[in-house]
Design a protein around this ligand. Structure first.
Ligand code: FAD
Length: 505
């Protein structure tokens, strides 16, 4: 009988159940892969890596841990695109979802494309969003809410929030889930939704992997843009005045109704700091000189990124729709740039960048990112205190800086994430990478300065995709929601087995 002793994990005399014994690996190469992530900052080596072939393997693993006097921790790992070790564990098992077979993607057969009634896809928690896109586009359908980058797992983004330029209109990805299958920290496979086992459903969405392993999600779909080849109009509007920029962004997201066909389909924002290198690939070569001058003169240029999808009824009208959208906006005259792209090319835009960076050896390097949400009432103070007085003044490359507003009424407060307490809040992402230890330290110092500035100025920000916190700091993060979060942990993962890399319990 092939039984593998877990003596190195916990108790010497406990034996791994026969049916899952062969799924454990302690191959040094596999352990080494499981002890890193996209951030390349935190490295925890697990004792074993578990490769399930089925959902019942996941239940067996969790049941096995629960059966021990001292259970071992289990870190569910989707694509490991976390920044701070959230999918890692030191003295436990990494549950590698990547090769889980059997729960692929199925699109409902009863979908009415005109009304979107009964249009949904059932998707395994391990599936990547890029694969969801491909599978649904084959049926002329698409999920409504995305992240900027699609090589992330469904379970991974639903454990956080999943935001991008569509979220102002459709909400984050966690607001776009009809049902889930979850293996809880007690090893039970539970189906849940807003109506059935709702406490688990709300807890798991944005729940940082604390309550269970998502093995299936039912995602609502809408019609995909249908025009051949070119399906989106993609615009950049450049501003040298922050208040004009932010009020125009807020104006654009105020047309947030899902069925409002004249509304923008995507609204984000970027910053160009007067620090090399300037990323100008969106713009024609012939305009690089004048854009560079604009940045040099102003120090910071703010860019609204706006997209309008062509749909089958309005192909002829897209130019008018775009003209109506930008009418009255206060960007610097003549600094509006546009291009056409296919829907997939637009959604999968970051992949091009990944290929380029990989070719230069600049993808698998440390990423000292900072992601924060800021209440609308303080965004102008944030611009002064952080963009102008910290980032612009320090002589280190700003990397990619994103800023865009979100409508809070598209979030469900029963779910786990905490958002700023205002109708509109801004998502700010400072996305940096460096292969130098010295620069890494400088970025980490800068991140601390930004957080300290916000604290000192009384700006009540929320950190997103955060980690490396003490429990006291997590309690502050969750604020009045901490008790609910802790109660859910006690209910669904009482032995505190799951997702130790978040450092919450
Ligand atoms: P992992 O890093 O593997 O896991 C993250 C957490 O979720 C861990 O705690 C893990 O234990 C848990 N987890 C993973 N799978 C499951 C599961 N099936 N069930 C339960 N828990 C699970 N985020 C946005 O919101 N918007 C963006 O535009 C965006 N862009 C990004 C671009 C890049 C290049 C990168 C690297 C990240 C980006 N992110 C973005 C962040 C991303 O959404 C999160 O890091 C997400 O967790 C990544 O998914 P993953 O599959 O890699 O998760």
């Amino acid at each position: 009988m092939a039984v593998l002793c877990l003596s190195s994990i916990t108790q010497a005399n406990f034996k791994i159940p026969k049916e899952i014994a062969s799924k454990f690996s302690s191959d040094p190469e596999i352990l080494s892969l499981a002890s890193t992530d996209y951030g390349h900052i935190v490295h925890e080596t697990p004792l074993k890596v578990f490769e399930p072939s089925s959902v019942s393997d996941i239940s067996s693993l969790i049941n096995f841990s629960n059966s021990l006097p001292t259970p071992f921790t289990i870190a569910t790992r989707g694509k490991a695109h976390s920044i701070l070790g959230q999918a890692q564990t030191r003295n436990g098992v990494v549950l590698n979802m990547t090769n889980l077979k059997g729960s692929l993607i199925s699109v409902s057969n009863y979908c009415d494309r005109k009304t979107s009634l009964n249009c949904y896809a059932d998707v395994g928690g391990e599936v990547l969003w890029i694969d969801v896109l491909h599978a649904t586009l084959k049926r002329g359908l698409t999920p409504l809410s995305w992240t900027d980058y699609l090589y992330l797992s469904v379970g991974g983004t639903l454990s956080n929030a999943g935001i991008s330029g569509q979220a102002f209109r459709f909400g984050p990805q966690i607001s776009n889930v009809l049902q889930l299958d979850v293996v809880t920290g007690k090893g039970e496979l539970v189906s849940c939704s807003r109506d059935k086992n709702s406490e688990l459903f709300y807890g798991v969405l944005g729940g940082l992997g604390q309550f269970g392993v998502i093995t299936r999600a039912r995602i609502p779909l809408g019609p995909a843009p249908t025009r051949a080849n070119l399906q989106v109009k993609w615009l950049h509007l450049l501003y040298n005045n922050f208040s004009a920029f932010s009020s125009d962004q807020e104006h654009l997201i105020s047309f947030g109704k899902e069925n409002e066909t004249t509304a923008a389909d995507y609204v984000e924002g970027k910053l160009l700091f007067n620090q090399p290198p300037l990323e100008l690939s969106f713009y024609p070569d012939s305009d690089h000189q004048r854009i560079t001058s604009l940045v040099t003169q102003n120090g910071i240029i703010y860019i609204i990124e706006l997209v309008k999808y062509y749909d089958s009824n309005s192909q002829a009208f897209v130019a008018k729709d775009v003209a109506d959208l930008v009418k009255g906006l206060k960007f610097v005259p003549t600094f509006m740039f546009e291009k056409d792209a296919s829907y997939e090319e637009f959604l999968n835009r970051v992949y091009e960048e990944e290929l380029f960076l990989r070719s230069k050896g600049l993808w698998e390097i440390p990423h000292p990112w900072l992601n924060i949400w800021i209440p609308r009432s303080r965004i102008s103070d944030f611009n002064e205190g952080v963009f102008k007085n910290i980032i612009l003044k320090q002589n280190i490359s700003s990397g990619i800086s994103l800023i865009y507003p979100l409508n809070r009424n598209k979030w469900d407060d029963k779910m786990s994430p905490v958002t700023p307490d205002e109708d509109v809040f801004y998502a700010v992402s400072l996305l940096r990478s460096t292969s130098s230890i010295d620069m890494l330290k400088k970025y980490q110092t800068q991140n601390r300065q930004i957080l300290e500035f916000c604290k000192g100025a009384g700006i009540k920000i929320t950190e997103y995709l955060t980690g490396n916190k003490t429990q006291q700091q997590w309690m502050e993060h969750f604020g009045s929601k901490w008790k609910l979060f802790a109660d859910r942990k006690a209910r669904f993962d009482p032995k505190r087995i799951l997702s130790p890399g978040q450092g919450i319990f």
